[in-house]
Design a protein around this ligand. Sequence first.
Ligand code: BTN
Length: 271
Amino acid sequence: MSALTVPHTLSIESIRSQLVAPTVARQLYLFGKVSSTNAALKQLAVSGAAEGTVVLADTQTAGRGRMGQPWFSPAGVNLYASVLFRGSLTLIQAPIFSLIAGLALSDAVVESGATPAIKWPNDVLVDGRKIGGSLVECPERNGKVEYLILGVGVNLNVEIDALRAALGSAADAATSLCAATGRTVDRSAFAAAYLNALETWTRRFRTGGPATVLAGWRDRDILTGRRVEIRGHGMPLMGRAAGLDEQGHLIVRGSLGECRVVFTEEICFCD
Ligand code: BTN
């Protein structure tokens, strides 16, 4: 077998030995197979699991992506991880967690020797292709978030042929960290690097507010200044990406200078 086809096993002991995070991953669950790590963590959250509880799985049978899309989750090759946040969070703060995930994943990608970029709201790219993304889920009561689940999926060692077989033409816009660097990724080391970085970014957010996260985001953002198409429910809209507002929503300026705030729609490059 070539180095490209030897995936590193996920191991709780190995992850723990590389963790410096005091809150994130205090409780760490690693499952062989779940429907979705977000769904598994939701069950734990409902039964009172503590802030920072992490669910990892080797494979997901019903991994969920943004906009109701499935998330391809083959066994033995990638990272599927969900982290629980509690504390006083409002619904308006939830989108910032997508940005936090993008920044933490990017830090882990840098540790793996690649150069990441982030495409709003949650795509982490290497060489212009997506390697991972995040899904924030947070039940709300009277404008207050009961708890927030931040799930990330990252293509670490999945073969490009497997991506093509699963995603069809959409695989042209995707890659894996292994394909980008030419080196098999140690999944436990990557998971620990992500969780450590997640702790750092959430602490920055809790102490410094969204401005610290937005400043970090700007360094890695590849959308601002680009011509984009917004694909929502109605007609697609064209404009130029003009940065993020304080809550982490995308601002797109139309041809007449009018600004539109984009909340969840899909964004495509036009140039
Ligand atoms: C995206 O569409 O870019 C977001 C993908 C998020 C996938 C991850 S995998 C772990 C967690 N569990 C899920 O069901 N989804 C997220």
